[in-house]
Design a binder for this molecule. Structure first.
Ligand code: ADP
Length: 397
């Protein structure tokens, strides 16, 4: 019995996967939606079986977790006899602040710090903590592990994580760059080293291009720099987020449009990026459709997004003092061969050569550069749940 349960809670949702760590295969996965609101629903999926759906009201995460454990142990649709067949539970948590810098076993101190970090991750940390407590209630005595989205970025040196603002704000409020998508960057940067048979201290740049997008530079899987900051707003152009902007732009627009800073931040988070520039959609596929039809706004949005990725890769090569491999991951990175090709074309002068045939692939770990490319380029699907399960196993073995 070597099954790890991975839990990822949102404010009204609970996602789970049960993974057999002997072969790292997913035995069952599911989603509880609409927790605490009308129409609560659990959908439980087991490979090779029809979906099991439960539509009881679930007023909180404790009831949602109860439904999850019932589904996992159900005599017809379940995959384990009892909770004894689950060795430990790994939880995704957004923010560990400066006190929790590594994945760790849950105890009262850990829960207190997750709570202290509510203001750093107001949308996620409260739900993440509810998920942990719901599992503790439903499966007393079971070991719980937390894996933070910020852990990877905590590997950055001071020179990379500090903003050049008065130092007292770091001291008083821990204002610094944390980086997000950390579990994905950790997984992909390590996986590329294994898959590509690279040296253990390989210099790797990972482009996580999804609806949210970020890029990281690492040596031997340890983060040197990453593009997201105090919040996931900094860095690349994303579906609806602006990425980097001159902070003075905020004051200028607030004054002209007579809006306050909260509304401005809402615009930068939800109405900017591909959506804001194109006026078409936040979805990369829709914008690319527009590009194909010659739509000027779509072309503009696409070019700004792509240019920002290229610029960051250039900067990170210098930050690393070289580069052994570049990896593309997440929705866009795993599916969009054109973006991969265009970005790599810009790097041709550095000896990067993409193999068009190899690049004609989706969602599968693949070397997409030519054999004589000076820097190897990979498509590497991300798997945050597996990374959390591996960390949970490591800490509970
Ligand atoms: P997130 O997890 O941040 O919500 P995903 O990693 O699922 O996002 O990525 C979503 C993005 O991936 C969307 O912009 C979507 O358009 C893009 N995407 C998915 N499939 C394709 C595809 N075949 N070609 C281009 N983009 C794609």
């Amino acid at each position: 019995m070597n099954n790890i349960l991975v839990v990822n809670c949102g404010s009204s949702s609970l996602k789970y996967q049960l993974i057999n760590m002997d072969n790292e295969e997913v035995i069952a996965k599911g989603l509880v939606e609409r927790i605490g609101i009308d129409g609560s629903k659990l959908t439980h999926k087991v490979p090779g079986k029809e979906d099991y759906v439960v539509t009881n009201p679930m007023k909180d995460h404790v009831e949602a977790a109860n439904a999850m454990f019932n589904a996992l142990t159900d005599s017809t649709y379940g995959v384990v006899k009892s909770l004894d067949d689950i060795s430990a539970i790994g939880h995704r948590v957004l923010h560990g602040g400066i006190k929790l810098t590594e994945s760790t076993l849950v105890d009262q101190h850990v829960k207190d710090v997750i709570k202290e970090c509510f203001d750093l991750g107001p949308l996620h940390n409260p739900a993440n903590l509810m998920g942990i407590e719901a599992c503790e209630k439903n499966a007393p005595g079971k070991k719980n592990v937390v894996v933070f989205d910020t852990t990877f970025g905590m590997g950055m040196d001071e020179k990379a994580y500090l903003y050049a603002i008065p130092y007292e704000y770091y001291e008083k409020y821990s204002i610094r760059r944390y980086g997000f998508h950390g579990t994905s960057h950790m997984f992909v940067s390590r996986e590329v080293i294994k898959f590509g048979n690279l040296k253990p201290d390989a210099k790797v740049i990972v482009c996580h291009l999804g609806n949210g997008a970020s890029i990281s530079a690492s040596i031997g899987g340890k983060c040197v720099d990453t593009s997201m900051g105090l919040t996931p707003l900094e860095g690349l152009v994303m579906g609806t987020r602006s990425g980097d902007v001159d902070p003075a732009v905020l004051q200028f627009i607030c004054n002209k449009e007579k809006i306050d800073i909260n509304e401005m931040l809402n615009i930068l988070n939800k109405k900017s990026g591909l959506l804001g520039l194109s006026g078409i959609s936040s979805d990369c596929r829709d914008v690319e459709e527009g590009v194909k039809k010659g739509d000027k706004a779509a072309i503009r949005a696409f070019e700004v997004m792509q240019y920002r990725i290229e610029k960051y890769i250039g900067a990170y090569m210098v930050a690393l003092g070289g580069c052994d491999a570049i990896a593309f991951t997440a929705g866009i990175g795993e599916n969009d061969k054109d973006i991969r090709k265009n970005v790599c074309k810009k790097l041709e002068f550095l000896g990067v050569k993409i193999d068009e045939e190899r690049n004609n692939v989706r969602g599968k770990a693949t070397l997409i550069s030519t054999d004589d490319s000076k820097i190897k380029v990979f498509l590497m699907p991300t798997n945050e749940e597996l990374m959390i399960a591996r960390e949970t196993l490591r800490l509970t073995k």
